[in-house]
Design a binder for this molecule. Sequence first.
Ligand code: GUN
Length: 291
Amino acid sequence: MQEKTPVKVIDGRQLSDLLIEEMTQEVNERTQKGLPQPGLAVVLVGEDPASTIYVRNKIRCAEKAGLFSLVIRLDASCTQQALDDVVVELNERDDIHGILVQLPLPKHLSEARIINLIDPTKDVDGFHPVNVGLLSSGQAKLVPCTPLGCMEILEREMGDVSGKHAVVIGRSNIVGKPMANLLLQANCTVSIVHSKTIDAAALCRQADILVAAVGVAELVDQNWVKPGAVVIDVGINATEIDGKRKLVGDVNFADVADKCRAITPVPGGVGPMTIACLIKNTLTAAKQHDM
Ligand code: GUN
């Protein structure tokens, strides 16, 4: 009988710490050479509890890596003009190389307008249409942090992913679409499944690499997974189990873990890598600025 290889639970925190350590060294080397300290500005509108925690973690990490960082908080009732003014001012500042406006914004503010207003060379989220176009035409500069973090995990886990069939569940601008583009550039055969896909599970069962980024708690069970697949769970869904609040992914971890070769947990998988990639993008933006 063939021995079953035990599943590997990918430690995103450890991988993120490693990346941050490498970048801290690079930041130190820059400053020793007299190059400017990379600067990151995060804009937070309102007091959404999840966004407040995400922003706090991003700033904590930026500081750990030796970046100059700044949080600009605006009231939830602020006008579009007030938010526009903040972004325009940050675009002009020489000590700020990366700008991130935390999403979602309150309903009365336009996310599209703000994304378009950020200087593309400072767009560390990689959401500006210029950066979207550069990525999809194979000239990527600043790439959305979550898919970038997923690629770091896949490359460290699998080495060359060329020729693998990757299936991405979800087609958001933040994760699904850029993820598919990055996998394509890494020479994967890529499928995207979404809410209108007929028999999504059957398609997912063909995947060597399965990336779940759909925002539906524990949607993916073992019927969606090919034996030996690598499963990346991008979902962060707040649920209540036995009266206790708990974060779960888009993948039913307990059901799937036995079937795959490697899997990212929630929390502690993709989340910490997203933040490490924000630091990476800020460093990339600062380097672009040196030239
Ligand atoms: N809200 C949730 N994820 C993100 C992200 O990657 N960037 C921004 N700006 N806001 C978010």
